[in-house]
Design a protein around this ligand. Structure first.
Ligand SMILES: NC(=O)c1ccc[n+]([C@@H]2O[C@H](COP(=O)([O-])OP(=O)(O)OC[C@H]3O[C@@H](n4cnc5c(N)ncnc54)[C@H](O)[C@@H]3O)[C@@H](O)[C@H]2O)c1
Length: 266
């Protein structure tokens, strides 16, 4: 089925992800999408669309793209879906909170879409999860030390991370906990957990490495249908080293799939 109607799109967040997403939609490089406006706490200097508040966005948009963070998803997510507006999410780590996740799943008629963001291989992992699931899944994420510092860390740990001369493992634990402890950095672990449809089977390792010019994610899984190992090495965004530069383009690809404007690889 081919939809010929233009999809009116709003973007939440105007930072490292939001700016290029807005620019590409405004430039007409997402067939079938028209940019309606931006919800953001930051200044919109030079933006090719106007600021809107949530009420305006719900009146004017068919779909909102969240590029703002877990807190923003918690703030706006349910209201968007209840208003019958579709929502494409980047901050999928927020779904580690089981209650919130259930709340969004129950809130329609808007549809909830999640972008794979910085990682790949999720299509295959999700295909395999249809049969008995996996007995072991790990994701090891390596980033520059300063991008992993969190408000809950004590001074001794922060000092240890800052003074690391080589790779330093700073966390190992379940994917849900990792997404909550590293909310701006561990959406990748959440994406893997959602793909394998099992938060409990996924172990996340977070590694600080002063030599990590590229952010790496090594995903390993073994299950009934096979064994998989994916290694992703992304350049960090120049605007926000916690975010990989590819993420806005993953969002745009997801947007095209949601709108259904493009054929090709899915
Ligand atoms: N899925 C993935 O692979 C992946 C990868 C990187 C980042 N992310 C998620 O994307 C989020 C944004 O990343 P970024 O690098 O663009 O961050 P950023 O800090 O560069 O930009 C965030 C933008 O959102 C706005 N914002 C924050 N809270 C808001 C709110 N409540 N209401 C309105 N606007 C708000 C800020 O003003 C800013 O414009 C991250 O916090 C993270 O949760 C996901």
């Amino acid at each position: 089925m081919k939809s010929s109607r233009t999809c009116r799109v709003g973007v939440i967040g105007y930072g490292a992800i939001g700016v290029p997403v807005v620019a590409e939609i405004a430039a007409g490089r997402v067939p079938g999408a028209a940019l309606e406006g931006i919800i953001s706490r930051s200044p919109l200097s030079g933006a090719p669309a106007k600021r809107m508040d949530l009420t305006e966005a719900l009146e004017r948009c068919d779909l909102l793209v969240e590029c703002a963070g877990q807190e923003a998803l918690v703030e706006y997510g349910e209201a968007i879906l209840l208003a019958g507006v579709d929502l494409l999410v980047t901050s999928i780590g927020a779904l580690a909170d089981g209650e919130f996740s259930k709340q969004l799943a129950a809130a329609g008629p808007g549809r909830l879409f999640l972008t794979a963001g910085a990682v790949g291989g999720l299509d295959l992992l999700s295909s395999g999860a249809r049969v008995e699931g996996y007995d072991r899944v790990t994701i090891t994420t390596t980033k520059l030390p300063e991008s992993l510092i969190q408000p809950w860390m004590n001074e001794a740990l922060i000092e240890e991370i800052h003074s690391a001369r080589g790779p330093l493992d700073i966390y190992e634990g379940p994917a849900a906990e990792a997404a909550q402890l590293f909310p701006k950095s561990m959406n990748a672990g959440a994406a893997v957990a959602i793909a394998v449809n099992d938060w409990d089977v996924v172990t996340v390792r977070v590694r600080a490495d002063p030599a990590a010019k590229l952010t790496s994610h090594v995903i390993e899984a073994s299950g009934t249908l096979g064994e998989y190992r994916f290694e992703i090495r992304n350049k960090p965004s120049e605007d926000n080293p916690r975010t990989s530069g590819v993420v806005p383009f993953a969002v745009l690809r997801s947007l095209e799939s949601v709108i259904g404007a493009q054929g090709g690889l899915i």
